[in-house]
Design a protein around this ligand. Structure first.
Ligand SMILES: NC(=O)CC[C@H](N)C(=O)O
Length: 395
């Protein structure tokens, strides 16, 4: 099949997949993975590696990812390179058909992995043109559909794209949070209430509020010296304090931070009052900002990639970071007791803050990488060092 430019309305011979945007633009391609249709926000991601980590990152719930790197699928899929038990992105749009995997770690091919997890893939799309479309018009709502018979009801798909309300105002953290309390230690996920210290001795205890956390955040907290208990997004202040935290971690997660206002923000406010150290990443950063009275807004196209430069305000150092966000904290809304610590060098948007009257800080980017550079691991060490300092009042 020839590869027409995006968008193209007439269906080429052999098309088994299609992208339908809410504005009526249509792009035909070849489906892979599961059959069916999925509706969400169509965004783009510029990372050259880590498609399995990206697809399983719960922050991508409600989104369909266009990969700008053309060869997606060439290392297959394995059970280790995941950031949650299942993929959370709804589907992927890629340039080339995924090839047979060429990697000793591959346990299956991408097509089979996507099928097994009911995620839709669309190949043969001019992803550069689609990305330009997103960059100039903002991230649109759309549908990806795959049918091996090549039968599609375009009107129904367009209706589906237009009927989806969009991510603004959408609370998804409650949907993706792990429902059971659990602990994470040494790479082992244990379900159950409370922390079984085992042989971890006197490590400071972090209670992580899971709004859709990536596994690598737990790994990094443990690597930096902490032990970690994980509680659901809707855990109450009393439930959290009953675990005797030395510090609190606010995780990344999907959806509009402002839409989590009724359960997340009041608990974070109470937690700040305890004076215990608090660290937030991405959605956690946005929620900390909301808790101190700042505002968040929807970005035009968002930041999704593994090489986003960020300036550290304190010393001017540049960190190359992993990013995945479509909302941002409005700098001008930060209260007097919140200091901006990091700034995106791509568009000048806020990328970090710290409170001047509490041991609390957060970043908009992903210091745990996965995929991406590890320049910002120091933030985990800084947090764990704070726990040592404040551990006396444990409980
Ligand atoms: N990675 C994240 O935590 C994303 C936060 C939020 N859902 C956003 O898109 O901005």
């Amino acid at each position: 099949m020839a590869e027409p430019e995006f968008p193209h309305a007439s269906k080429p011979e052999g098309a088994t997949g299609v992208l339908v945007l809410a504005n009526g633009e249509v792009a035909w391609g070849r489906g892979f993975g599961a059959e069916g249709a999925a509706v969400g926000e169509v965004c783009f991601h510029t990372a050259m590696t880590g498609y399995q980590e990206i697809m399983t990152d719960p922050s991508f719930a409600g989104q369909i990812i266009t990969f700008t790197f053309p060869h997606i699928g060439n290392v297959g899929a394995n059970p280790d390179d995941v950031e949650a038990d299942n993929p959370h992105a709804l589907g992927m749009i890629v340039r080339e058909d995924p090839t047979a995997p060429s990697n000793f770690r591959a346990m299956e091919n991408l097509d089979g992995w996507m099928k097994r997890h009911t995620r839709i893939g669309l190949a043969g799309i001019d992803t550069r043109a689609l990305t330009r479309r997103i960059r100039s018009g903002g991230a649109p709502n759309g549908v990806v559909a795959h049918s091996s018979s090549g039968d599609f009801d375009l009107d129904a798909l367009l209706k589906m794209a237009r009927g989806w309300p969009g991510l603004e105002g959408m609370d998804l953290a409650k949907d993706v949070t792990r429902e059971t309390h659990g602990t994470w230690a040494g790479g082992i996920w244990r379900l159950g209430f409370g922390y079984d210290a085992g042989d971890e001795g006197e490590r400071p205890h972090v209670v992580a509020i899971d709004y859709g956390s990536k596994f690598n955040i737990f790994r990094n907290l443990v690597q930096a010296g902490a032990k970690v208990s994980v509680v659901p997004a809707t855990a109450t202040f009393d439930e959290i304090m009953a675990l005797h935290p030395d510090g609190i971690f606010l995780s990344n997660g999907p959806g509009d931070p402002a839409a989590t206002g009724d359960y997340a923000v009041p608990v974070i406010r109470q937690l700040l009052e305890t004076g215990k150290p608090l660290f937030g990443i991405c959605l956690g950063h946005q929620l900390l900002a909301l808790a101190v009275g700042a505002r968040t807004t929807k970005m035009f196209q968002g930041h999704r990639g593994a090489n986003h430069p960020v300036k550290r305000v304190a010393d001017g150092a540049v960190e190359i970071t992993s990013m995945n966000h479509g909302f941002a904290v409005e700098r001008d809304s930060l209260p007097a007791n919140a200091r901006e610590t990091h700034v995106s060098l791509f568009d000048g948007s806020n990328a970090g803050l710290e409170l001047t009257d509490r041991p609390a800080f957060s970043v908009q980017y992903h210091p745990e990488a996965s995929p991406g550079p590890q320049d910002s691991f120091y933030l985990f060490e800084r947090f764990v060092a704070l726990l040592g300092k404040h551990a006396v009042s444990n409980g």
